[in-house]
Write a protein that binds this ligand. Structure first.
Ligand code: NCD
Length: 303
């Protein structure tokens, strides 16, 4: 495999092999160890056209934990601001012979274009509304560490589904691992046609949460909205926010996941956000481990 652009097209075996390698790294990292410099003399460029805290820092840390060199291109301070095209930027960076380019872009499909132009492996760090494959892999990794097998479990994804590449990638990853997926959110933030997707749309929070082991809250992506799609943060929290009361509908032992960044008090109330029921910070450590596994396996030709 040259590139990781989306979850669709991966086999359950490929996903499991990444998660299993990530498990080895997770154990070393959480025990305070710095893993073996397997990627010494290798290089990774991060090219983020959209803001990021977790994903970019996670890829950079993952590459550095493995001994690789990392160049973070800050698009706002680059020749993109002088009008350089995506293709010319791509060819320039590729001429520096990196092993991997990690790209985030507001336009769905941009990493696919990049992959067609460059010799480096391309990893999609999130493209528009389309896909965020490493987020879905880290979510599956973290959930699997929590529950053991995910086969037969149910996830409820709550919130701004329309604008969420995280939801789209997770729907595919979850179903590939044998899970059932239910969705709930404001009707204005639910894609009008979910018929091609392996999931069911629910009409109440209770319906969505009943039988759920994993409840995944999504951020309202105001930066992708043209306006007027939901009334107010307070009202959103009242009808679509997660708190201890609504979590009573979910299965005993259910967990809350969130890709971050969280709007505190909007999609998650403080009583769950600051409670062990919400495993968002374990997701971050899982993300580091998954990205280490992915860089290692992509560069090593193991995928
Ligand atoms: C997500 C993204 O950028 O798609 N964040 C992330 O990568 N952890 C979700 C979001 O921004 O809400």
């Amino acid at each position: 495999m040259k590139d990781l652009l989306q979850i669709r097209g991966l086999s359950p075996e490929q996903i499991e092999s990444i998660l299993s390698r990530a498990g080895e790294y997770f154990d070393v990292v959480t025990a305070g160890g710095k893993p073996f410099p397997k990627l010494k003399d290798r290089s990774v460029i991060t090219l983020f056209y959209e803001n990021s805290t977790r994903t970019r820092a996670s890829f950079e840390s993952a590459a550095k934990y493995l001994g690789a060199e990392v160049v973070n291109l800050s698009v706002s301070a680059s020749s993109v601001q002088k009008g350089e095209s995506l293709k010319d930027t791509a060819l320039t960076l590729d001429a520096m012979c990196p092993d991997v380019i990690v790209m985030r872009h507001a336009q769905s499909g941009a990493p696919h274009r990049l992959a067609g132009w460059v010799k480096a492996h391309v990893v999609n760090g999130g493209d528009g509304l389309h896909a965020h494959p490493t987020q879905a892999l880290l979510d599956m990794f973290t959930a699997q560490r929590h529950f053991g097998s995910l086969n037969g479990r149910t996830a409820a994804i709550i919130g701004d589904i329309e604008h969420s590449r995280v939801a789209r990638s997770n729907i595919y990853a979850m179903t590939l691992l044998g899970m059932k997926v239910k969705l709930f959110g404001p009707s204005t933030l639910m894609p009008s046609d979910m018929s091609g997707m392996p999931c069911t749309v629910c009409s109440s929070m209770r319906e969505a949460l009943e039988g759920a082991d994993i409840v995944m809250a999504l951020r309202i992506q105001l930066e992708r909205m043209k306006g007027g799609l939901f009334p107010s943060a307070g009202e959103y929290n009242k009808y679509f926010g997660l708190n201890k009361d609504v979590m009573k509908y979910a299965n005993d032992g259910a967990i809350i996941m969130h890709p971050g960044p969280v709007n505190r008090g909007v999609e998650l109330s403080h009583d769950v956000l600051d409670d062990p029921v919400c495993i968002k910070d374990i997701q971050v450590t899982g993300g580091l481990s998954v990205r280490m596994a992915l860089l290692d396996m992509l560069i090593g030709g193991e995928l």
